[in-house]
Design a protein around this ligand. Structure first.
Ligand SMILES: [Cu+2]
Length: 145
């Protein structure tokens, strides 16, 4: 009995001290393309963990192809460049949001409708995989809906 009691105290002590923040993803959402057949885009925030990480892909079962992109303003013209890796510094939030970084989802399953949930898999260079659900919104829905 004394051993069990001792373990219980140790577990409580662990739970109460501030633990290092783990690498995590939240706030994921997917905006459908304006027309069926046009790519959708995924947005989210990656929270850096105790050590730096490198995001190498974001994929979903409901799209044939996905690419990380960055939107850039070039003399009033909005262009996109593909990103093959995105550095996530330790303890730093990296946001993918409209007008900036995003994940383009090509050939989305046409059965996916607003308010559906789709699963995104985030792959990191060290082999870490994070699975996160994203809420689907209609084309033209602003950030924060
Ligand atoms: Cu794009």
């Amino acid at each position: 009995m004394r051993i069990v009691f001792g373990l219980g105290v140790a577990a409580m002590a662990l739970a109460s001290c501030s633990q290092p923040k783990e690498l995590a993803v939240d706030g994921a959402w997917v905006r459908l393309g304006a027309v069926t057949g046009r790519p959708a885009a995924a947005y989210f925030t990656v929270h850096g963990g105790p050590t730096p990480a490198t995001l190498i892909s974001v994929t979903t079962d409901v799209a044939i192809k996905s690419e990380m992109h960055e939107t850039m303003d070039e003399g009033g013209l909005s262009t996109m460049a593909q990103l093959t890796r995105v550095e996530i510094p330790a303890k730093t939030d990296v946001t993918f949001a409209p007008g900036g970084r995003h994940v383009m989802l090509f050939n989305m399953n046409s059965g996916i409708k607003p308010a559906d949930r789709v699963t995104l898999t985030f792959a990191f260079a060290d082999g870490t995989r994070i699975i996160n659900n994203a809420t689907v919104v209609a084309a033209g829905t602003p950030a924060g809906k």
